[in-house]
Design a protein around this ligand. Sequence first.
Ligand code: ADP
Ligand code: MG
Length: 501
Amino acid sequence: MSIAAVTPPAFRSIYERRSAAKVVVPVSRHRVIMAVQSSSVVSAAPILTKLKKDCATPLPVLRHVADAMAADMRAGLVADGVSDLKMILSYVDTLPTGNEKGLFYALDLGGTNFRVLRVQLGGKEERVIATEFDQVSIPPELMFGTSEELFDFIASGLAKFAQTEGGDFYLPQERTREIGFTFSFPVKQTSVDSGILIKWTKGFAVSGTAGKDVVACLNEAMERQGLNMRVSALVNDTVATLAGARYWDDDVMVSVILGTGTNACYVESIGAIPKLQSNDSKSGRTIVNTEWGAFSNGLPLTEFDREMDAESINPGEQIFEKTISGMYLGEIVRRVLIKMAQGGELFGNSISEKLMTPFALRTPDICAMQQDTSKDLGHVGSILYDVLGVSSNTAERQIVVEVCDTIAERGGRLAGAGIVGILEKMEEDSKGLIFGKRTVVAMDGGLYEHYPQYRSYLQEAVDELLGSEISKNIVIEHTKDGSGIGAALLAATNSKYPHDF
Ligand code: ADP
Ligand code: MG
């Protein structure tokens, strides 16, 4: 075991931990010393000190979260409605092998954007012959509109994209184009190509979709567009990511999304799912979608989290998601800054309108502020001025960066603990099959991809919890855009046309 694994971080200062060899976060020791020397900073410090205490994730907290995650997973596999974790059966029990052939489409609705993709697959030798994609951002008003409006917008985007097909793409005559539909909201799957929306998350509040089959909603919209395509697989983005990563690497067993929202799925044995009624999985395994964003057990939360939750469109729900995912990290920081500013301790005496605007500070902004290594934190100053309309001195900027770091650290470390919970659950059921060999956790999502400090904190927590011996077998790997190809691959493995892959 490494020293990191046996010495709870609680007994070390945050600065020691941050300068530990493997964590690539700029050391900000001098900033903190300077901060203490400034009078305006001293008066803001009590809020920062309390924030750090409330957000602390020493090893015992991480351990509790990992254990509770594993326990909630087991409970959710026994029956529906008894656990925070829904443990949704994906009906995906054949994973891509590399032999898939033909033209397939993917459509991904996951949050801020929707993406369309086509891929020409050439089997083991040729693999991906050609791929093309397009991305359209969702107009904010559609996130609060009707189901028909949203699906019409998606179907028309898909129709435009399909019209541009040519070149390397080829579909035998008389075949309908098949789509893998990645839909990253909680769905009660009824078969591999149908599923009922349980509820919208990640800020969506579209009326008229909850309780409906989302494939039917899309089919109806495609019909209205005169578009002849067919959904062969309805999958969650985590499931698609797992499939996409597995296409290249047989050791992929878990996938995690850290983007606007968060979720995780993994390969489960049929025998470990008591709530499974009929068992027609030929492989004896199936992918289970945990919907871990709803996890809530033992998380270190602050007054800022509670207020944000209370004012959210889904109070009391998705607490893990609200603590670790991209949609919320910037907003939590904004709320802390308001409290500091209201005491007159940051940003002079005026509180700007922008600072008071919910979600004005986005996670990419706090990430950008953390990348500023200049002496006067000039870039932090510009972001605070441009985004929040506040002027700041160097000492104030140091405080702001510390707040960002505290929220990112908590998020990353808790995400890491969640991953360990999943791995430990799998290992308990089949000793040695996870920890005794190379096991890959496929990661995707803009937060994981673009926030280096968050990524380091996540890895650090995994290493602390597992110890160095085991953690060297666990590969946590970013698989960029795996979900697009993954969904197309699942359209292939679930094609209605005869195939032998
Ligand atoms: P989605 O989750 O909406 O499908 P992505 O996986 O691309 O889309 O994730 C987008 C999210 O990733 C954004 O909402 C934001 O929270 C986060 N993100 C994007 N860019 C950055 C960045 N530079 N730093 C930190 N977080 C980022
Ligand atoms: Mg996504």
